[in-house]
Design a binder for this molecule. Structure first.
Ligand code: UDP
Length: 237
C-alpha cells in the first residue's frame, strides 16, 4: 500500500475497496493494528506535537478523511483522489464484518448513544455480531479493559474524539490484543441522528466543512486550519 506524506504525516493512497481489503488482511494477521482518519486539523496539530506525529504514523492505515488531504495531494502531484471518511469506513467495516463473522465492540460517546448506534447498525447489517458496548465516560478504566479482553472482539471502534481516542488506542492496544482498532470520533452520534451529516451532494463537492460551519458555527476557529494547512503544504518542498 502506497503512502504519501503531508507535513510529515503519512496518508494512504487508497479508496474504500482497497481499505476493506487491507483491513481483512489485518484481521487475519491478528497483530494489534489501528486505523486513523487523517484531516488537516490533525496534521497541523501533529506538526507542533511530536508525540502525536509519531502516533499517527504508527497506524497501519491512515485514511484520507478530510477534503484538505485530497486537495493537498492534487497540489503536490500525489495520487489521492478520493476521500475515505471515518464514518463511511466504519459502516463498510460493519457490513463486511456481518458477512465474514467478525465480532465488533463499540466503545465511546455519552451513555446510551453507543447502545442506540449498535441497535441501528445491527438492523442495517443483518447478522452483525456486536458483543460489547460501553460509553466513553467511564470512571473505572480497568473494568472496561477487562470487559473488552474477556469478550475478545476482532474489531474495536473507539468514539472518544480526537486525539483522545488515538492516545487511548495506542496506550492499550498491545494489552487488549484486538486485531483491529479504529478511532471514529462522533460517528456513534451521527449514526443515532444526534448530529446530522451534510447532504450527499455537498459531500461530493467537498463542502461538508461548509455544512458543519453553518450547523456548528463554534467550529469556525477549527476550520481556519484548512487554508493554513494548504498554504503550509505548498510552501514545503
Ligand atoms: N467522548 C467520549 N469521551 C470523552 C470525550 C468525548 O466518549 O471523554 C465522545 C463524545 O461524546 C462524542 C465523541 O467522543 O461522541 C467526540 O465527537 P467529536 O465529533 O467531537 O469528535 P471528532 O470527530 O471531532 O474528533
Amino acid at each position: 500500500m502506497k503512502k504519501e506524506s503531508y507535513l510529515g504525516v503519512n496518508v494512504c493512497d487508497l479508496d474504500m475497496k482497497k481499505a476493506i481489503e487491507e483491513i481483512d488482511t489485518i484481521i487475519e494477521r491478528k497483530e494489534p493494528s489501528f486505523v486513523v482518519a487523517i484531516n488537516p486539523e490533525k496534521i497541523m496539530k501533529a506538526e507542533k506535537d511530536e508525540k502525536l506525529l509519531g502516533l499517527l504514523n504508527r497506524a497501519a492505515i491512515q485514511i484520507p478523511d478530510g477534503v484538505g488531504v485530497v486537495i493537498a495531494s492534487k497540489l503536490k502531484g500525489g495520487n489521492i483522489r478520493t476521500r475515505v471518511t471515518g464514518i463511511d469506513l466504519m459502516y463498510e467495516i460493519c457490513g463486511n464484518a456481518a458477512k465474514k463473522g467478525h465480532k465488533v465492540y463499540l466503545l465511546g460517546a455519552k451513555p446510551g448513544v453507543a447502545e442506540q448506534a449498535g441497535g441501528i447498525l445491527k438492523e442495517r447489517y443483518e447478522g452483525l455480531n456486536i458483543l460489547g458496548i460501553r460509553d466513553g465516560y467511564f470512571k473505572d478504566e480497568n473494568e472496561v479493559l477487562l470487559d473488552i479482553i474477556a469478550k475478545a472482539p476482532d474489531i474495536l471502534f473507539v468514539a472518544m474524539g480526537s486525539p483522545k481516542q488515538e492516545y487511548w488506542i495506542t496506550e492499550h492496544m498491545d494489552n487488549l490484543k484486538i486485531p483491529l482498532l479504529m478511532g471514529v470520533g462522533g460517528s456513534f452520534d451521527v449514526t443515532c441522528g444526534n448530529i446530522k451529516r451534510a447532504p450527499e451532494w455537498m459531500c461530493r463537492l467537498g463542502l461538508e466543512w461548509f455544512y458543519r460551519l453553518v450547523k456548528e458555527p463554534w467550529r469556525f476557529k477549527r476550520m481556519l486550519v484548512l487554508p493554513q494547512f494548504l498554504f503550509r503544504v505548498l510552501l514545503k518542498r
